[in-house]
Design a protein around this ligand. Sequence first.
Ligand SMILES: Cc1cc2nc3c(=O)[nH]c(=O)nc-3n(C[C@H](O)[C@H](O)[C@H](O)COP(=O)(O)OP(=O)(O)OC[C@H]3O[C@@H](n4cnc5c(N)ncnc54)[C@H](O)[C@@H]3O)c2cc1C
Length: 378
Amino acid sequence: MDFTLSGESKMMVKAARDFAEQEIEPTVATVEKEDALPDDLLQKFAKARMLGMMVPKEYGGIGSTTVNVVLILEELAKTGSAAAFLMAFCNSVAETIYHWGSEDLRKRFLPPLCDGTNYPAMAFTEPGTGSDPTAITTTATPDGDHYVLNGTKRFVTHGHKKGYGVFYAKDETERITAFMVDKGSEGYTWSKPWALMGLAGQGLVDVFLKDVRAPKEDILGEKGKGFYILLRWIAGERVQQMAFMVGMGQACLDESLRYAKERMVRGRALTAMQGFQWMLADLHASIEACRWWTYRVAAKQDEGGDIEVDSAALKLFVVPTIQEVARKALQIHGSYGYCRDYKIERLYRTIAHAGVTAGSTEIQKTIVGSALARSKGI
Ligand SMILES: Cc1cc2nc3c(=O)[nH]c(=O)nc-3n(C[C@H](O)[C@H](O)[C@H](O)COP(=O)(O)OP(=O)(O)OC[C@H]3O[C@@H](n4cnc5c(N)ncnc54)[C@H](O)[C@@H]3O)c2cc1C
């Protein structure tokens, strides 16, 4: 067991911190106002070698590790911006296409995800369901060497931006198949972005598929096995989402500490009072526990282990813990914490997202609980 970061990882953390300060922080106010990330951000991520991190170099990637992605993400997340999510999302979708894609699919779809010219998408949720795979109603009907897709996909991150997305539909056998769909296809339209509580610029749209054609050769993985692709992707996405939470939790503590050292109450800084010191200590201990567990699951992913249950258990712990960190951090700020001028207000809203995306908290409990119930040897 080795708890030290390699020299390469340390350099990546430093580069990510600089990137966050120079490229993300200055855009935050505009992103909040316009609810859109800067158009050139993806290219900047590519230039900074933060895309295709888990994709081998021969397909345009970096050939790095999940642990390094998590470390970078944690730094970017301290901004509390959806920009960090964009980096995570691009990396997890690219890794998924690498893992399941044929050589042809890898060669065609990975380079544009690594050089920042294409936005990915992962479209499963529908108006009728997000958690129940049996309830999806989007259909894929064979027609010559194509499938024809019809249906509505809900909450599709970057569904309206240039590139290809992985779309899940029921094929003629009623099983779920994953299709690579060109977002510029005829019959592909979208709604205006949903207005979210936090995560400004996330770009969440509904996508309407009307006789959209996808070549049979562009099926990702095996026909009828799409749900396994989704499950594996979500498990990896959860780890990255928890790194996002750890970074934002750390930002909550940093903001609180700065504020508490300056805020005078009855002639003394808040930090002089034992009650506040204890509150800060609680925040620190909570974040450290979340951080190291996140690293551990990321390392297991790099070792090639199955992280379905580990990532679900991780999420069960990290989400309420960091949400409580955000609540206490807001409390330390007094009424200022409830004001938009203070970063803690945005962090609080953004941190609220994690229990209902990438698999809800209840679904994580089911994954972990049913695995325990099935386990042998006790
Ligand atoms: C910021 C953000 C980004 C997103 N990005 C994407 C994206 O890119 N692609 C995409 O496809 N989707 C995306 N989503 C959608 C998201 O993944 C789904 O909304 C989520 O999976 C939950 O589905 P639902 O909202 O339909 O809730 P439902 O499935 O209707 O669940 C409602 C409630 O019932 C509970 N519940 C459901 N089933 C069970 C059960 N069996 N046992 C116990 N409790 C249960 C849930 O936990 C929840 O509390 C995004 C959402 C957000 C907010």
